[in-house]
Design a protein around this ligand. Structure first.
Ligand SMILES: [Zn+2]
Length: 126
C-alpha cells in the first residue's frame, strides 16, 4: 500500500529529527499533502497508527494538512486555486497557466516536548 510507505517515511523523518534534539520527545507531527498527490488521508492515518502502535512513538499524533492545487497565470501573474480541473486564469481568462503547488508531500512541522520534570526550576509541592 502506497500510504504505508509514506507513513514509514514520516516516522523515519521524525526519528532523524529526534536524534538531533536529545532530551525531547515528539508529540505531534504534521504532514502537508497536495490534493494531486492522490493520498488517502484515512488510509495514511490508519497506517501511521498501525506502525506506531506499541512503540515508543505510540502517543505521537499525526496532523494532515491538505494543499489545494494552485496555478499561476503566465500573463498576469495571478495565483489561484484550481477547481474541477479548470486551470484558466480567473482574472484574464488565459489558458497559459502553470501548476505551482498541489502535489506536495512533506513534513510540515514537528511538535516536541522536553522530558520532564526538569531539574532546573522544578519545585516540590510538599
Ligand atoms: Zn491571467
Amino acid at each position: 500500500m502506497h500510504e504505508m510507505g509514506i507513513a514509514n517515511s514520516v516516522l523515519e523523518a521524525v526519528r532523524t529529527e529526534m536524534g538531533l534534539h536529545p532530551g525531547t520527545y515528539p508529540c505531534k507531527v504534521g504532514v502537508r499533502i497536495g490534493e494531486m498527490a492522490a493520498i488517502d488521508q484515512d488510509a495514511l492515518r490508519f497506517c501511521f497508527e498501525a506502525i506506531v502502535h506499541e512503540t515508543d512513538l505510540e502517543a505521537l499524533e499525526l496532523g494532515i494538512e491538505v494543499c489545494p492545487r494552485r496555478h499561476r497565470c503566465q500573463l498576469c501573474g495571478c495565483e489561484f486555486v484550481v477547481h474541477d480541473y479548470d486551470s484558466r486564469c480567473p482574472q484574464c481568462a488565459s489558458l497559459a497557466t502553470t501548476c505551482i503547488s498541489g502535489d506536495e508531500l512533506e513534513l510540515a512541522y514537528l511538535e516536541v516536548e522536553e522530558y520532564g520534570p526538569s531539574a532546573v526550576g522544578a519545585k516540590s509541592t510538599q
